[in-house]
Structure formats: structure tokens, C-alpha cells
Design a protein around this ligand. Structure first.
Ligand code: SF4
Length: 142
């Protein structure tokens, strides 16, 4: 699956959940997206839910901002770094982020970064439209 395919597919799933939640207030929406509730209510939202497995080891893991508004990707590559193509990076250079480096490619590694799963971060970036929240991650018209 390409980044773009994941982005579009996940955004549609997020939108479908939001449509089901209707007029629920913002704080209630954020609470609804807590991992334990999502496993129960929205089993198709994430493949990890079927295994009841969190992507990050956090007591309160919230899935509202999955992915991350600081992530940047381009399936065609942004630029070259030491002759490898950079396909994704972190716009805030999070100290918890890393790089997945192969022979020809560099991808951002967010496996040790919990920023977007913290409710304080979600409140800061909160919009009810996921695509709007992620507008800097990828331009959908690309
Ligand atoms: S390293 Fe953290 S802040 Fe940066 S893109 Fe990944 S999850 Fe977001």
C-alpha cells in the first residue's frame, strides 16, 4: 500500500466514524477515540484492534490523530540524502522520531513517538474533518 492509498483510505474511515457520531461534542468525540472504546465500537478502524494490540505502549492511547499532523510524505520522493530518496520525514524533527533506511530509500520512523496519541496534542490540532487536520501532511490534489 502506498502512503497516498493509506492516507485516503484512513481519512474515509475517520469520516465515517465522525458521521456516526453526529453532533457529539468535541470532548466526547476525543473520549470516543480512546483505544479501548474503539476496539469495542469500531473494530474495522485499525487492523491492530482485532489483536487488541496498541501501536504504542501508553496507558491512555487515543486514535483520533492517527496518523500525525507533523508527518510529511510523497510517494514520488522529496529529495535525495546520501543518494537515497527521502519519501517521508517529520516536520518538527521530533526527538523521538527516527529513520528507516534501506539501500535506496529513507522513511520516517514514528514507532517510538507518542505525540499524536496524546490527548493534549489532539486538543491542540482538533478539527472534526480529518483531511483538514492533515492538510499539511499531503495535498490530496497531488
Ligand atoms: S516522529 Fe512523532 S511528531 Fe514526528 S511525524 Fe512521527 S509521530 Fe509525528
Amino acid at each position: 500500500m502506498t502512503y497516498k492509498e493509506w492516507f485516503e483510505s484512513h481519512g474515509k474511515k475517520h469520516r465515517a466514524v465522525m458521521e456516526r457520531l453526529g453532533d457529539l461534542g468535541d470532548d466526547e468525540v476525543i473520549a470516543y477515540f480512546r483505544f479501548e472504546n474503539m476496539v469495542e465500537q469500531e473494530p474495522a478502524f485499525c487492523p491492530l484492534y482485532q489483536m487488541n494490540k496498541k501501536c504504542h505502549d501508553m496507558e491512555i492511547l487515543n486514535c483520533y490523530l492517527c496518523g500525525c499532523p507533523h508527518f510529511r510524505f510523497d510517494d514520488h520522493g522529496f529529495y535525495k540524502e546520501e543518494e537515497k530518496t527521502v519519501y517521508s520525514y517529520c516536520a518538527i524533527h521530533s526527538a523521538h522520531g527516527g529513520k528507516l533506511v534501506s539501500k535506496e530509500a529513507i522513511h520516517q520512523d514514528c514507532s517510538r513517538c507518542t505525540i499524536p496519541h496524546q490527548e493534549s496534542c489532539i486538543k491542540q490540532h482538533f478539527k472534526r474533518d480529518w483531511f483538514e487536520m492533515m492538510a499539511d501532511v499531503y495535498k490530496i490534489s497531488n
